[in-house]
Design a protein around this ligand. Sequence first.
Ligand code: NAD
Length: 280
Amino acid sequence: MPAKVIDGKAIGAQVRSEIRSQIENARRSVRLDAVLVGDDRAASIYAQNQAKTCAEAGIEYHLHTLPSSSDYSDIAGRILLMNTEESIKAMMLHLPLPAGVDTERVQSLIAPEKDVEGVNPANIGNVVYGRRSLVPCTALAVLEMIESTGIALRGAKCVVVGASNIVGKPIAVLLMRSEATVISANKFTMNLSALTREADVVVAAAGVPSLVKPDWIKPGAVVIDVGINRIAGADGKSITVGDVDPKVSDVAGWMSPVPGGVGPMTVAMLLRNVAEAALR
Ligand code: NAD
């Protein structure tokens, strides 16, 4: 029997409608302020979509655009101004920044209580300590999707493939907070498939198309595919694929698709963070 689908689109839509009700009940206006630097096409499209998604959830969207000639001090100046602006409670920074601007240095300037993407190191530190904080959205999305299967995470064996600061590491920490037994794997991990074969939960966040194969997976396991990779399809046109080979569905008990899995769920988690930052 093929794996049950963890439908990020459907769960995300449910979360977004809950946020809308929460905002309506609070009778307060909620807004998200986003900074977009330069004219990167993908980032501009993302910002346009974000404006639409926010409107549907009852969130005002303010986009602050800066020219592509902006340097570190121009962008830092804008962020610091937004930190002090009282009407701004939730903010985020679109990527990429112009070449030569240190992204992490800029992200670390965002006031932690307004940092709805959870990219300030202070927020990631709070995740480790289990303190209330704004948690990176993709990690929240992954945890919510795993929990939607009903699996008991306490004591479960989990392997997180990929250990970046903003994706893999926070996912591993959230799983540790659920008292799972967690292995964090990276590109130097030896005999990775032997580790994943023992796991009750495998999260693939390496950015390598179809890395995780059916014989890497224990029958019935929960498999979450975070990867978003653009490759050439059979007809030469570019398509989006995940880090998990679709044939894994023949072995896994539950699996999230790409597209339609972690991506839309991450958008929903961003909006949840916006509501939390604005209404707390
Ligand atoms: P990254 O390049 O910063 O980090 C990749 C990590 O994977 C590193 O720790 C690296 O050591 C590890 N890795 C690479 N090859 C490996 C291999 N063969 N075996 C084991 N580990 C390996 O990438 P990232 O920013 O963490 O993103 C990872 C993937 O997740 C990308 O495909 C990205 O597009 C996607 N992503 C998706 C969302 C979403 O909302 N769905 C959000 C962020 C990132």
